[in-house]
Design a protein around this ligand. Structure first.
Ligand SMILES: *Cc1c(COP(=O)(O)O)cnc(C)c1O
Length: 373
């Protein structure tokens, strides 16, 4: 029976300590798991601007962008994002997940090879699965391995290298200078998913800018509007030609309703705001550094790579869950990350900093963590 199948599957997940549940965070709990790095999800300035603009905004786009759902506010948002990413052109789509599962099959097909970092985001993995291209996984951030694999793919029609800019569950930054060098040398197109880099590193412009890699027509930058930009939706930046092609070929753009003008207004307002308020990203990076320094004094071995994503590897699922539950009892939400989100035996607490957290809250969280750990 189907019902028994569902029960058995869930039982087996629970036995392995892998059951997941959604929680509504009680008021007063300090959130160390949000991707709202710049503290924009409750930004008073944005709310005020939205209230003033609301009478002139439709609540829904009403159709896909190719029907009648494309709006002035989306065109302005695309222009602003293209400028931020130093690209010719930009396409805004429904979400980061939709961007990757649409972009990758539109770019690559039979006869092509995609070289993908071992720790890339699930939406990239799903995008590759949907394409008919050959998938080749390289060891995390390993340029030597990537080069060895590129050498073997000379028969491919096109080669694509796809990587997260900042890895969502590690917090480390892809070595994009080296990767771009290899991409040029082996005639590959580089696709960077900068969901966690945008707004935070490289003066807010992302991972390529952090590494001073110049954007050219063989680089495609993808990012989400739902993390540092405090809104919802995603974008792909590239050449004019590429964007024209994607408008015609990317199925998640063609067959899905365009984002609401209300949402796009928030994205546009915040994209401008983060450029006018560099103190937001400076503060979150400073808080991350402070957290690691404090943890070191307390003897807690955190992994830190210069981004607001910091990890404490526990290995086992039980230990990660135990720490998460005890911290929540004390008023701190730090999510336990377990397989399949991360590889086996690397379960962890993932601490993310954001603009709304203060040093005192970090001190209290770390003191609690030390007691439990
Ligand atoms: C969050 C994330 C996505 C998905 O973006 P959404 O807008 O939340 O769908 C894609 N890639 C990476 C690396 C992410 O961290």
């Amino acid at each position: 029976m189907f019902r028994e199948f569902l029960e058995k599957e869930l039982e087996s997940i629970e036995k392995k300590h892998l059951l997941r549940e959604r929680v509504i965070l009680p008021k007063g709990v300090v959130d160390f798991s949000s991707n709202d790095y710049l503290g924009l999800k409750d930004c008073k300035e944005t709310k005020k601007a939205l209230r003033e603009a609301l009478d002139n905004l439709s609540l829904s786009s009403g159709a896909s962008a190719l029907m009648s759902g494309y709006t002035e506010v989306q065109a302005q948002l695309e222009e602003e994002l293209a400028r931020l990413k130093d690209s010719e052109s930009c396409l805004v789509v429904g979400s980061g997940y939709l961007a990757n599962v649409g972009l990758i099959p539109a770019l690559a097909g039979e006869g092509d090879t995609i070289l993908s970092d071992q720790l890339n985001h699930a939406s990239i993995i799903d995008g590759i699965r949907l394409s008919k291209a050959k998938k080749v996984i390289y060891r995390h951030n390993d340029l030597n391995h990537l080069e060895d694999l590129l050498k073997r793919e000379t028969d491919a029609r096109h080669r694509f290298i796809i990587t997260d800019g900042v890895f969502s569950m590690e917090g480390d930054i892809a070595p994009l200078k080296g990767i771009k060098y290899l991409a040029d040398r082996y005639n590959a197109v580089l696709v960077v998913d900068d969901a966690h880099g945008t707004g935070v590193i490289g003066e807010g412009r992302g991972s390529l800018f952090h590494h001073s890699v110049a954007v050219d027509e063989n680089i495609i930058q993808m990012g989400t509007l739902s993390k540092a930009l405090g809104s919802y939706g995603a974008f792909i930046c590239g050449s004019k030609l590429l964007i024209k092609y994607l408008i015609n070929k990317m199925r998640t753009q063609i067959f899905s309703t365009a984002l609401s003008p209300v949402q796009n207004f928030i994205s546009l307002y915040n994209t401008r705001l983060i450029q006018k308020q560099p103190f937001r990203r400076e503060r979150v990076l400073d808080l991350a550094e402070y957290t690691v320094k404090k943890a070191k004094e307390l003897g807690i071995p955190l992994n830190y790579h210069g981004t607001p994503i910091i990890t404490l590897i526990t290995g086992t699922e039980e230990k990660a869950l135990y720490l998460k539950d005890r911290l929540l009892e004390r008023g701190f939400f730090v999510q336990a990350i377990r397989p399949p989100t991360v590889p086996k035996n690397t379960s962890r607490l993932r601490i993310t900093l954001n603009y709304s957290i203060n040093r005192q809250q970090i001190d209290s969280m770390l003191t609690a963590l030390k007691e439990i750990y």
